[in-house]
Structures are given as structure tokens and as C-alpha cells.
Design a protein around this ligand. Structure first.
Ligand code: PLP
Length: 442
């Protein structure tokens, strides 16, 4: 075996890896066996700088003492409590604490185990909300091209990534899509939010007129689209979406699975952009990626709309065996402690301009056709190799890994989202390494 990591000698065959080129990976596996702070440790002992916070989730870095301690304590104290018709103190504590980060009026939270489940939960809440209000004709869901909302049926239906959709039949019916906002011709190499493109939000008005607004339940967008290559919203775009939703009684859902928990320099993108949606979908950074957990935040009106009828009747027929399980709750509390003690939910705002300068210094390197950034997010778009899309960026990923740097690629775009604990000296190492990789890329 041509093992990239020499000690990976165990049998790799049985595991069907997610979103991975299985056969290619198993020829030359890349295995992490440890992690601490800003670094992973590979199976053959190399320290790799984490340029992606795992998968946009380890916002506080790795092996953080308060999180480790919280997990140990919880495993000794209470391993599991039934999620339905029973509770345990930590999940109520977590809910009460989490809603304090929310804008006024968003004050209830439903727990899940992932971003995908949070998305399904949000879409179901939106549909059921209109129904309990006696407005059940609102069944349409509007997503966006190049949107990523996880991999379950609702999420791939409102999402806009063809490879994630094409194999899976008819998906949800009653779904339409806004155009994406990515416009390299006009906005290439913009620092921060692009000046042009807010008018793309008006497409929501057009879609509403096509179907009649009284049939539309909700519109879901990522404030910053991450998985399809970091698409920064044009200035004013999200505000315009909010206005159109208000005009037509449509719920606005922000999928903050990557923007939540400090990524942009504010606790959530709703604060960063000063636009308040009706529902906020989160996961990932909620537990620093350590134990799976998601959380869906809703406005008081939405929760209250369900709290009618006889008191002994379950108000919302939805939930997961692990909704708010004790291990996840303890992990989330340990994570919030870490974020607060170290000021991590706003740290990205302190680093943003240093990050921006370092990232944009790569302009002019071979194949680089766009660079974009916001908070502690960055993207470098490469010219695809003719007839072989994705190949160039994937080679950059492999070369970076061999140079002790973890990056992430999607299509021919390199996406960067380091842990929020990154130091300026580590930002320098990250971009020096990446610059070396790009200079030698074919
Ligand atoms: C915006 C967004 N929504 C949903 C998801 C799905 O999250 P999960 O992989 O935890 O199901 C992701 C994952 O990257 C995401 O970026």
C-alpha cells in the first residue's frame, strides 16, 4: 500500500467514508490520531496546522480543558436521560444560556444532533407554524442555488448543489430557488461584502409573484454560503430579503451552521449583519464539534403559536432520541465557558483585517482568479484545469497536507476557516505555506 501516513496499517476497507473519494483515499490514507490547540497530529507524527477548524466546527481549537473536563464529569454523573416527556437540568441551563446570545424576540430553542437535522427541524417548524395559525396553504419553501443545508431530504431540496440532489428522486415538492449571489466578473477580489448584487434578493419577489405569496411558508439562506466556496452576501442583500419576507408574511430562516458561534466576529451572523430572521439554524461550533449537537432558535411568536389546545397534548410531533442529551449538553456548556473566558465569540473581529491582508496577499499567484473574505473566513478560487474541474484545488489540498497545513476545497475553491484561537504568527505560517503550495501548483 502506498500509505501517505505510514502507520495506517489497519484494514480501511469496511468503512464507507462520507463525501470522500473512497478508493483514492484508501490508496494513500490521511489519518489524524491526535489534536491540540491549533494542530492535528498525523498517524506518522506530523503536526498539521488546522486551517479549517475541522469542518468549520472546532472554533475553540482542539483538546480544550473545560470541554474535556465537562465530558468526563458528565459521563460519571448522568450518561443519558430520555428526551421525550423527561428532562435533565443541564439542557434547560444550556437553552436559557444560549438564547441570551440571540436578538430580542428569539427566545426558544429546539435541540438536534447535526446541522442537517437542524435544517429539517426548521423547515418542519415553519410549515407547522403556518398550519397551527390556520394558514396551512403556505407550503412552499424557497432555498437558493449553491445553498448547502445538509444532506437530508428537506435540506437537499432547498439546497442548490446538483451533485447532492440528482441521485435522489423527486425530493420535496413545492420548492423553488433564488439565484446565487456569486459574481466574479463584477466582484472579484472584493475585500469583505461585495458592493454589487443586493438586487438579486428581488428575485424572491418574482418567485412570490409566480406562485402567489400566500403559498410561501419560508425562505432559507446561509448568511454566508460556506460549503459551495464561501459566497459573501452583497451589501444590503440580506436586509432586502428580510423586507420581502415581511411584506408577504414569509418566515426567514438563517442557516448559521457555519456562521454561528463567532465565525464572523459576532456571536451570530444575525448580529453581524443586523438582520433578524424568524428562525436560526445552528450546529457545529455549538459543541466545538466535539459531541454532535444542533440547535434551532425560534421567535417567541412561533413557539407561542404551538402552545394552544389541551395542556396534556404534545404540541409538536418532532424530536430525536438524542435531542439535548446530557453528554452534548455538558459539552456545549464547556464550549460556551471556553468561548466566554477567552472572548472567542468576538475575536474574529479583532483578527479580521490582519486575516484579510494576509489572504489577499496571495493575489497574483498562479491560477488565482478570486479571493474573498469575511470575519475569519477566506476563499481562494482557482482557474479550473480545462476538462478536469476540481483537480487543481484537490492537488493544492494534498500539497498543503504534505506541507503540514489542513485546508478544505470545494470545486476549485480553497476555503479557510481556522479555529478562532489562531494567533497572528499562525496566520503568517498558514499563508506562507499556502503561497508556497500555489506557486508550485500546475
Ligand atoms: C450551512 C450548513 N448547513 C447545514 C450543514 C449540515 O451540517 P451537518 O453536516 O452537521 O449535518 C452544514 C455543514 O457543513 C452547513 O455548512
Amino acid at each position: 500500500m502506498n500509505a501517505r501516513d505510514a502507520t495506517a496499517t489497519n484494514n480501511l476497507e469496511a468503512f464507507w467514508m462520507p463525501f470522500t473519494a473512497n478508493r483514492q483515499f484508501k490508496q494513500a490514507p490521511r489519518l489524524f490520531v491526535g489534536a491540540e490547540g491549533m494542530h492535528y497530529v498525523t498517524a506518522n507524527g506530523r503536526r498539521v496546522l488546522d486551517g479549517t477548524a475541522g469542518l468549520w466546527c472546532c472554533n475553540a481549537g482542539h483538546k480544550r480543558p473545560k470541554i474535556v473536563e465537562a465530558i468526563k464529569r458528565q459521563a460519571e454523573e448522568l450518561d443519558y436521560a430520555p428526551a421525550f416527556q423527561m428532562g435533565h437540568p443541564k439542557i434547560f441551563e444550556l437553552a436559557a444560556r444560549l438564547v441570551t446570545y440571540m436578538p430580542t424576540g428569539i427566545d426558544h430553542v429546539f435541540f438536534t444532533n447535526s446541522g442537517s437535522e437542524s435544517v429539517e427541524t426548521a423547515l418542519k417548524i415553519a410549515l407547522a407554524y403556518h398550519r397551527v395559525k390556520g394558514d396551512g396553504a403556505r407550503f412552499r419553501l424557497i432555498g437558493r442555488e449553491r445553498g448547502y443545508h445538509g444532506v437530508n431530504f428537506g435540506g437537499i431540496s432547498v439546497g442548490g448543489i446538483v451533485a447532492n440532489r440528482k441521485m435522489f428522486g423527486t425530493l420535496l415538492t413545492g420548492v423553488d430557488h433564488l439565484p446565487h449571489t456569486h459574481d466574479i466578473k463584477t466582484n472579484a477580489f472584493t475585500r469583505g461584502e461585495p458592493e454589487h448584487g443586493a438586487d438579486l434578493a428581488d428575485e424572491l419577489e418574482r418567485i412570490c409573484l409566480l406562485h402567489d405569496p400566500s403559498t410561501v411558508a419560508a425562505c432559507i439562506v446561509e448568511p454566508v454560503a460556506g460549503s459551495t466556496g464561501v459566497l459573501i452576501p452583497p451589501k444590503g442583500y440580506l436586509k432586502r430579503l428580510r423586507e420581502i419576507c415581511d411584506k408577504h408574511g414569509i418566515l426567514l430562516i438563517f442557516d448559521e451552521v457555519i456562521t454561528g458561534y463567532g465565525r464572523l466576529g459576532a456571536a451570530f451572523a444575525t448580529e453581524f449583519f443586523d438582520v433578524v430572521p424568524d428562525i436560526i439554524v445552528t450546529a457545529k461550533g455549538l459543541t466545538n464539534g466535539v459531541v454532535p449537537m444542533g440547535a434551532v432558535f425560534v421567535k417567541k411568536e412561533i413557539y407561542d403559536a404551538f402552545m394552544h389546545g389541551p395542556e396534556g397534548v404534545i404540541e409538536f410531533f418532532h424530536g430525536y432520541t438524542y435531542s439535548g442529551n446530557p453528554m452534548a449538553a455538558a459539552t456545549a456548556l464547556g464550549t460556551l465557558d471556553t468561548y466566554e473566558d477567552e472572548g472567542l465569540l468576538t475575536r474574529a473581529s479583532e483578527l479580521a483585517s490582519y486575516w484579510e491582508d494576509a489572504l489577499h496577499s496571495l493575489k497574483g499567484l498562479p491560477h488565482v482568479i478570486d479571493i474573498r473574505n469575511l470575519g475569519l473566513i477566506g476563499a481562494i478560487e482557482l482557474e479550473p484545469i480545462a476538462g478536469a474541474p476540481t483537480k487543481r484545488a484537490f492537488q493544492a489540498f494534498l500539497d498543503a497536507y504534505d506541507s503540514n497545513l489542513l485546508i478544505r476545497t470545494t470545486g476549485d475553491i480553497i476555503a479557510l476557516s481556522p479555529p478562532l484561537i489562531i494567533e497572528k504568527s499562525e496566520i503568517d505560517v498558514l499563508f506562507d505555506t499556502l503561497s508556497g503550495v500555489l506557486k508550485n501548483l500546475h
